[in-house]
Design a protein around this ligand. Structure first.
Ligand code: HEC
Ligand code: HEC
Length: 350
């Protein structure tokens, strides 16, 4: 008798509910690919006052990543990038490749996806800074790319999105070293735990201030017995170290690495090298590198600053300890060559 009415009532409630869901999904920005034009993707235009609209950001993204909002990045990615990309592990390619695990993976990381020659020509893994450059303006980073997406002008939004991409992994990469104002306020060496514990404090600011020449001396003293450093140099007891920063763990083709080192995922970051060089056997228990470690943080920073130069295309320096408030965005880069180490002196032991 009344059941018909009840059914109708339920049906209408359901219909309204579905309509509401659809509306809110649309409002959330489930943009259909065919509706996408470049204009649809421009997020807020260079809102950051004074930020140059230059396609290739010179500033490492590290500082912004530390305060990035990965939830906002997720929302953005699922709104804007989802028109072409999936994000879940094993997700299918759309117009673009699936993006699970892209950070730290090689350019063109999805097996079977038909990448442009432009993207395939890029060497090495996707670093934070490269993703930043790419997302600023894909066509400038890889002219001829198939990703017909204008770019994200807002640096803050790029940082959010990259922070989100970082989470798409079973084993997310460590965040890049933070150029902490905080670090200069606190004692510079405070973060280096004594003894065997892996170094936890980001070493970026110290690397930026270190003298590569000091690092070279230390390496001649401590490392050269086992490692060659020149491009194409032969393996000794240890692998050749040309290009190790940003390269994968176990980066020298043909070298017989320990299982311990081979098990490490992703590229060598500054912080990982710092941890490794503090105490190799703590970073990779079972490693073949029978070297106790460099106790002094200043020595590790100098060595890493020198390792960085062993490349045709050195990784960007981590941001310096005191980012210039006054807008000299190059400060972090130029400091490396000239600035003396601020804390003590690197004190090369004889
Ligand atoms: C209009 C479609 C489209 C949109 C929108 C789009 N992409 Fe892409 N994306 C592509 C295509 C196509 C490629 C492959 C590019 C090539 O081969 O040159 C790609 C490649 C990439 C890669 C490199 C993947 C790899 O395996 O090396 C990343 C990272 C990426 N996109 C991130 C993003 C992010 C983040 C957004 C949103 C801010 C976005 N894309 C928006 C189509 C798109
Ligand atoms: C007694 C020999 C020895 C000394 C001394 C030594 N290493 Fe090594 N190093 C090795 C070996 C062997 C490996 C490979 C480790 C493995 O497979 O577990 C290695 C690996 C490395 C790696 C990783 C390379 C890669 O391709 O992933 C780096 C970086 C490194 N050493 C840096 C240094 C630095 C810097 C010093 C000096 C402060 C140093 N090593 C001192 C033997 C040595």
């Amino acid at each position: 008798m009344d059941s018909m009415e009840v059914n109708k009532a339920i049906a209408s409630v359901l219909t309204a509910g579905i309509a509401f869901m659809v509306a809110s999904l649309i409002a959330d920005g489930m943009v259909h690919p065919t509706r996408l034009k470049e204009t649809a993707i421009h997020v807020d235009m260079p809102a950051a006052a004074g930020a140059p609209a230059a396609p290739a950001p010179e500033q490492p993204i590290a500082a912004l990543l530390a305060s990035a909002d990965e939830k906002a990045g997720e929302k953005f990615a699922h709104t804007v990038c989802a028109a072409c990309h999936t994000f879940d592990e094993g997700g299918k390619a759309g117009v673009g490749p699936n993006l699970y695990g892209v950070l730290g993976a090689p350019h063109g990381h999805m097996a079977g996806f038909d990448y442009s020659a432009a993207l395939k020509a890029k060497q090495g893994p996707w670093t934070y800074d490269e993703l930043n450059e790419w997302l600023t303006k894909p066509a400038a980073y890889a002219p001829g790319t198939k990703m017909t997406f204008a770019g994200i002008p807002s640096e803050k939004q790029r940082a959010d999105v990259i922070a989100y991409l970082r989470t798409l992994s079973k084993n997310p990469e460590p965040l890049p070293p933070v150029p902490a104002q905080a670090a200069s306020a606190a004692a510079p060496a405070a973060g280096a735990p004594a003894g065997g514990a892996p170094a936890a404090a980001p070493i970026g600011p110290m690397i930026a201030a270190a003298q590569p020449a000091e690092g070279e001396k230390i390496m001649q003293r401590d490392c050269a017995v086992c490692h060659t450093l020149t491009k194409g140099g032969k393996a000794g007891v240890g692998p050749n170290l040309w290009g190790v920063i940003g390269g994968p763990h176990g980066h020298m083709a043909g070298f017989d690495y320990s299982a311990a080192l081979k098990a490490k995922q992703g590229p060598w970051t500054y912080d990982e090298l710092n941890e490794w060089l503090t105490k190799p056997s703590a970073y990779a228990p079972g490693t073949k590198m029978t070297f106790a470690g460099l106790k002094k943080e200043s020595e590790r920073a100098a060595v890493i600053a020198y390792l960085r130069t062993l490349s045709d295309n050195p990784e960007p320096l981590p941001a310096a300890a005191k980012p210039a408030e006054g807008g000299n965005s190059q400060a972090g880069t130029t400091a490396a060559g000239t600035a003396p180490a601020t804390e003590g002196s690197p004190a090369p032991a004889k």
